[in-house]
Ligand binder design. Structure first.
Ligand code: ZN
Length: 109
């Protein structure tokens, strides 16, 4: 099902076709609220810098410092793969050393 669902409960499956829930953003509506400039001005160094893009109300945020891990360019591998650019993200710098911290924090709510 493609459409707009507004819900106040966790929905894992589409009520029409039972496929997994897929979240998409209304980009035009988001552009009115947020911008790269707004995010860059914030002195929040975790994934919560982008709170408007996450499915959690700001008053419910709990953060042990997950997200906002740095990246490093890989010039040689990018050339080998014929990619214009390639970066690796240092997800091991998350609190538990795993990229799974991002999802785990979202699942608390
Ligand atoms: Zn569906």
């Amino acid at each position: 099902m493609v459409g707009l669902l507004i819900f106040n409960e966790v929905i894992y499956r589409c009520p029409s076709c039972n496929s997994l829930t897929e979240i998409t953003f209304n980009i035009d509506a988001l552009k009115e609220k947020v911008s790269k400039t707004l995010f860059a001005k914030r002195s929040i160094y975790s994934m919560w810098r982008y709170v408007e893009l996450l499915p959690i109300s700001p008053e419910n945020i709990y953060s042990p410092g997950e997200g906002f891990t740095p990246t490093v360019k890989s010039k040689n591998l990018a050339e080998y793969l014929k990619a214009s650019k390639l970066n690796f993200k240092f997800e091991f710098l998350n609190p538990t050393g795993s990229f799974k911290d991002r999802e785990a924090i979202n699942s608390y709510f």
